[in-house]
Design a binder for this molecule. Structure first.
Ligand SMILES: Nc1c(NC[C@H](O)[C@H](O)[C@H](O)CO)[nH]c(=O)[nH]c1=O
Ligand SMILES: CC(=O)[C@@H](O)COP(=O)(O)O
Length: 163
């Protein structure tokens, strides 16, 4: 379902587990900081709203979305007790193919880190055609992808704990 047909912050249709048992990291890219800052705030507030203790949240910033993979790997190596890592970024199409390479690298890289560590690594990266689409998805008319990423992290951590 396209984002236009749903709200990234609406979870009234689903049950969100209690997040109080879980330790979760948030890695956020500094590129397009006005957008990624909103994603971070959404993720942080949503984690706390659903019971994740502030002392159990690690937050780190990286220069750009390409560095999110390295951040996830370092976080899980140095803090193996983490139940999930949320990775937040905003990649906006420019004049060249750079956009394609970053998006592919981050999506595949984060997936591989999660598989390697058997831990949920959440892809909270906006990959948009323009800045307005990013604004719309970081607290605008389509909600906040940071909220969605936080809910996904709690759900996946709870799933792993139940298996
Ligand atoms: N253009 C965007 C970038 N580019 C920077 C890369 O992510 C990376 O930091 C650089 O290539 C050095 O390794 N990053 C974003 O997050 N968003 C963009 O729109
Ligand atoms: C996604 C990017 O790296 C992009 O914003 C860079 O812009 P350009 O392709 O015009 O160099």
């Amino acid at each position: 379902m396209a984002t236009q047909l749903k709200n990234l912050s609406d979870f009234s249709h689903t049950t969100v587990p209690d997040g109080s048992p879980y330790s979760i990291a948030i890695a956020v890219a500094e590129w397009n900081a006005e957008v990624t800052g909103a994603l971070f705030n959404g993720a942080l507030e949503t984690l706390k709203k659903h019971g994740v203790k502030e002392e159990n949240i690690i937050s780190v910033a990286v220069p750009g979305s390409f560095e999110l993979t390295g951040a996830a790997e370092i976080l899980l190596n140095k803090h193996p007790y983490l139940h999930a890592v949320i990775c937040l970024g905003c990649v906006i199409q420019g004049e060249t193919k750079h956009f394609d390479f970053i998006c592919d690298a981050v999506a595949n890289g984060l997936s591989n880190v999660g598989i390697k560590h058997s831990k949920p690594v959440i892809f909270g990266v906006l990959t948009t055609n323009d800045q307005q689409q990013a604004i719309d998805r970081s607290g605008g008319k389509h909600g906040n992808k940071g909220d969605e990423a936080a809910i996904t992290a709690i759900k996946m951590a709870d799933l792993a704990a139940s298996l």
